[in-house]
Design a protein around this ligand. Structure first.
Ligand code: SAM
Length: 478
């Protein structure tokens, strides 16, 4: 490969020709045992005596060979390697968040999304600042600390000023025990100036899914509206970084085009960001197309089964070991369980994908973006994670301490995560147990915290975390 991600714009770098060449290469090598073994060897984490870790990751061609691999025992080895990398860099912590839908007004014509402008059956709704307050209080009362804001693209109904005002409202709500400490934002591609404003408003990650990296398919799937512009959409993360946002989250909507094509494009996007901005994506999301109002996913014939879906997650984990991975409630409990061990580090819980959904007793469907498969409460999700041996984490410390972008990556690479993220996760779990958990979840959590405190390598940090946790338990005001 002789072309340089640094010297090209994202749109040129993620080229159709290179993706096709990658797929040809993967087909040629997919049964080449020696080559695949050499890639797996190269991708293994190296544990240095000083406690630091190194994992070289893979480029899009190498990772595409893994995804295409047809040798059963090497596929099993691949899954084990993904599990090892996950454990090495992210431990057994799983960060929890919830989406908050502000508005479903949208001027775009995305053929797979029920918010598309021509859909006359969906009820259009935009939250007022008072309604946002009520939604956020409902989320805080569950125990959430981290939100992902969602909105359609509509310069009249949802201008950037509305998004900024909503962020300000959210950060200003101090209700009982629960502040929202990190607001991530998933809104349409915008200008450098607007990204700068979002950064100044204190957002965490800016998330934007590419939907598909296949330009021709992209243009057909987005026939009308500003989102039709493939280049503008593909270069959004470069503008975001130019505007000062150093944590960006990418993803494709699996089901729209061929998964191997999307996978190569996704990794090339990550390579481009790393090469040009010195830091790759903070997160990668793996949404799959779902049934929704006036959208039948069977009309798109690129759906993937659960087995391929898991393999994609494992291959992303191996290729970009330092990048967080997100799975939403689009997926069922069973699929999420499998995905957790292979690389997922963040999940949503108790999500409502409707505008105003958290203040309604009944799950409302009339303004919903897509069907939610995992409909459990946050308490149930927290208990389930602990039963599976994970630490549910509500931690936002890196963002609050300014450890974003390359500073976060440096911490992740140094192997200090176990001394830093692990105690923080336990403290935020103790807060959750004290303030919100059911008695059963509380008991299970206290036992888990006791056990996990002993695994913090630095004895002093373990002792300090233990003292903090004791004082959190004592402060129980419920
Ligand atoms: N409007 C913003 C944009 O244009 O990027 C983003 C907000 S939208 C609420 C969030 C994401 O939902 C989209 O990027 C798309 O990938 C996903 N989505 C849309 N329709 C979906 C469907 N039927 N099933 C699953 N996910 C869907």
């Amino acid at each position: 490969m002789n072309y340089n991600p640094k010297s090209l714009q994202a749109e040129e770098f993620i080229s159709h020709e290179e993706i096709l060449e990658t797929l040809r290469f993967a087909d040629e090598k997919k049964n080449d045992r020696a080559y695949i073994e050499s890639i797996l060897e190269k991708a293994k984490p190296i544990y240095n005596p000083n406690g630091s870790l190194h994992c070289g990751g893979l480029n899009h061609r190498e990772a595409s060979v893994l995804l295409a691999c047809e040798i059963p025992d090497l596929n099993e080895k691949m899954i084990k390697l993904a599990e090892e990398i996950k454990l090495a860099f992210y431990g057994n912590r799983i960060v929890l968040f919830a989406p908050l839908y502000l508005s479903n007004y949208c001027v775009n014509g995305c053929t797979y999304c029920p918010y598309h402008a021509k859909n006359k059956t969906i009820a259009r709704r935009k939250l007022t600042q008072e309604e946002i307050r009520q939604e956020v209080i409902a989320l805080q009362d569950m125990g959430h600390k981290r939100l992902a804001l969602e909105a359609g693209e509509d310069p009249v109904h949802n201008p950037i000023e509305y998004i900024l005002e909503s962020i300000k409202t959210i950060y200003s709500i101090h209700h009982k025990n629960g502040d929202i400490r990190r607001v991530n934002v998933n809104i349409a591609a915008t200008t450098v100036e607007n990204y700068r404003k979002l950064k100044e408003a204190g957002i965490g990650t800016y998330i934007l899914f590419q939907e598909t990296y296949h330009k021709k398919a992209y243009e057909e799937l987005h026939p009308t509206g500003p989102k039709h512009d493939y280049r503008y959409h593909t270069e959004a993360m470069d503008r975001a970084m130019e505007g000062g946002i150093d944590d960006v989250g990418i993803g494709v909507l699996f089901g729209l085009d061929k998964y191997r094509y999307e996978f190569a494009g996704l990794l090339m996007h990550a390579e481009h960001l790393e090469a040009v901005h010195g830091v790759g994506p903070h997160t990668i999301s793996v949404p799959r197309l779902k049934k929704a109002d006036d959208i039948d996913p069977t009309q798109f014939d690129n759906g993937i089964d659960d087995e391929i879906f898991s393999k994609i997650i494992a291959c992303i984990r191996i290729a970009v070991p330092y990048t967080g991975m997100i799975i939403s409630t689009r997926e069922s409990e069973e699929v999420r369980k499998k995905a957790l061990s292979m690389g997922i580090s963040q999940i949503s819980g108790a999500s409502r994908t409707s505008v105003g959904g958290y203040t309604d007793q009944e799950r409302p469907h009339d303004t919903e973006q897509f069907d939610v498969s995992d409909q459990r409460t946050l308490d149930e999700v927290v208990k389930w994670l602990m039963d599976l041996g994970y630490i549910p984490s509500f931690c936002t410390a890196c963002y609050r301490e300014g450890r974003t972008g390359d500073r976060f990556m440096a911490l992740c690479k140094s192997g200090q995560i176990q001394n830093c993220c692990h105690p923080n996760a336990l403290m935020t779990l103790a807060e959750y147990l004290t303030d919100y958990a059911s008695p059963e979840t509380g008991k299970c959590g206290e036992e888990l915290i006791e056990k996990e405190l002993a695994t913090i390598p630095n004895a002093n940090r373990s002792r300090i975390a233990g003292e903090h946790i004791k004082s959190i338990y004592k402060s129980n005001k419920r």
